[in-house]
Design a protein. Structure first.
Length: 133
């Protein structure tokens, strides 16, 4: 079994069936593609711990209320665990992420934009369609 090298979070609002994505910036791979926030694991760090840390770094803060509902692993380009975190509509409307230099912009979407990271569609398939909305 491969070691997980990175982790992220797909924030999802079941009430309006939207997901939160970021447009990747110049500091990482796949610039100008839509993806979930996240990044690499640090030595001794757990997967969820890394995902939460990375999201806080990239977004400034987490939604006021969210519930981790499941996770999946993808392998493009690295072995990566993505957690699904459900966000209620009230928390979604209150949340004001402040992006760092790693991403150009962020938005809530119903459909994945065509300019997407190679793993984004697979993640959505596994975490939204498989778990239900």
């Amino acid at each position: 079994m491969k070691e997980v090298k990175g982790a992220g979070i797909l924030f999802y609002c079941p009430e309006d069936q939207t997901m939160f994505l970021v447009l990747r910036g110049p500091t990482g791979d796949f610039e100008n593609t839509w993806s979930v926030p996240g990044g690499g694991l640090q030595k001794g760090e757990g997967e969820l711990e890394a995902a939460l840390r990375e999201c806080k770094e990239e977004l400034g803060c987490l939604p006021p209320s969210c519930t981790v509902r499941g996770s999946c692993v993808t392998n493009n380009p690295v072995h990566y665990r993505t957690f699904r975190a459900d966000v209620d509509k009230e928390s979604k409307e209150k949340w004001r992420p402040t992006l760092n230099k790693e991403n150009y912009e962020s938005k809530w979407v119903k459909k994945i934009p065509s300019e997407r990271h190679p793993s984004t569609e697979n993640i959505v398939q596994k975490l939204i369609l498989s778990y239900g909305s």
